[in-house]
Structure formats: structure tokens, C-alpha cells
Design a protein around this ligand. Sequence first.
Ligand code: G6P
Ligand code: MG
Length: 217
Amino acid sequence: KIKGFIFDLDGVISNTSVLHSKAWKQIADKVGTPWNDKLAEDLKGVDRMDSLNLILDRGNLQGKYSEEDKLALAQEKNDNYLNLVDQMSPADILPGIKEFLDSLRDNGYLIALASASKNAPTVLEKLQLSEYFQKVVNPALLSKGKPDPEIYTKGAEILDLAPEQCIGIEDAEVGIAAINGAGETSIGIGSADILKDADIVFASTDELTLANIEKAL
Ligand code: G6P
Ligand code: MG
């Protein structure tokens, strides 16, 4: 029986995946890696340094940058991103998410956050959703990023639940792999082609209701 829901943030709760994308494109343009939809999709859910490494790999640029240069580029991306986050408000919560969180709370489900983003607490503040997320996995304490299951395993742990009692919600292919690897039920938000390994896929967050989930399970 399902008792808890573990959320990804970017692309599930808010459209910050678009803001991460914009901020990374500025870095890709700077180093000279051609930007395309495939790269944007592959970056979803991937942590900061792995994202930078992916951009450098795609441009065959790995040899060109020292570790110090890379830290500076990652810092620059984060500054770009935080400039965009600064403009955010509760209007940036994706459709139906507030209602879904309320229905989970009203029905006694536990809620946790499993975002790879070190900026997640800041974004939740901007959206005025922090009160729903008393339980947040700290990505700084993880040894491996998504698609490794670690972050979703920790999510169940901080809720004091077994993996089988949890549903994870993700917009990224690597995120679905992480949920599945942790032995939890996966819900993908987005394209069924890309999120083909998810147990359930909804095209948009406004389809995320307890009734729709029960129907699909
Ligand atoms: C999430 C996003 C990624 C982002 C990562 C790290 O997984 O989907 O786009 O790169 O978090 O975010 P951070 O804010 O710590 O750089
Ligand atoms: Mg995401």
C-alpha cells in the first residue's frame, strides 16, 4: 500500500528545468558546444558537475579545461541560474501541483523531495511551498547522482517507509531510472516516448491526481 510520495523538483513542481536549460545554454555557447534538444533532454535531472562534463564531452572539449576552470564554469552557470530564480513567484508552480500537494496532505500521505539541485530549498521558498516539504534529501550528501537510485532510496528512508510504499515523480529519463532502481513506483511527467520506463506517464502535471493514479495502477 502506498504511503508516501517523493517528488523531483525541476520540471515537476516548477518549470525550473527550462531555467536550468537557459543557464546551461549560456555555458555551452561560451565553450562552443552546439546546443540542441537532445542535449537539453539529456541534461535533465543530472547534477551540476555531471552536467558540465556532459556539455564538454558533447563538444569534445574535455582536455581543454582544468579542474579549476570547470569549477569556475559551474559557478558561472549557477550565477546565471540564480539570476533567473530571483524572478520566480508562486505563479511559477506547475498546473495542479498545489492542489495535488493539498490532497496528499488531506489524505495523510507523507511527502519528500528528491531533487539533485542544491538550489531546491531556495526555489521552494520562492514558490512558497517549503511548508509541504519537511523532508528533503540533501544532494550534497549523496555519492552518486541520478540515474543511481541513491537519492530515491534516501527519500524512502527519511519518510521511514519501505520503497514499495513510495511513489516517485520525475520528468527526466535518469530520474525514472533512479526511482525504478530504488524499487519504488514511478510516475513520469512528459513524453511517453522518452519516459518509456515509467510505471505511469502523464503528459502534464494537471493530470496528477490521486484518482488518476489509482485508475492507472
Ligand atoms: C536538477 C535539475 C538539473 C540540475 C541539477 C543540479 O536535477 O534537473 O538540471 O543540473 O538539479 O542543480 P543545481 O541547482 O545544484 O546546480
Ligand atoms: Mg526534473
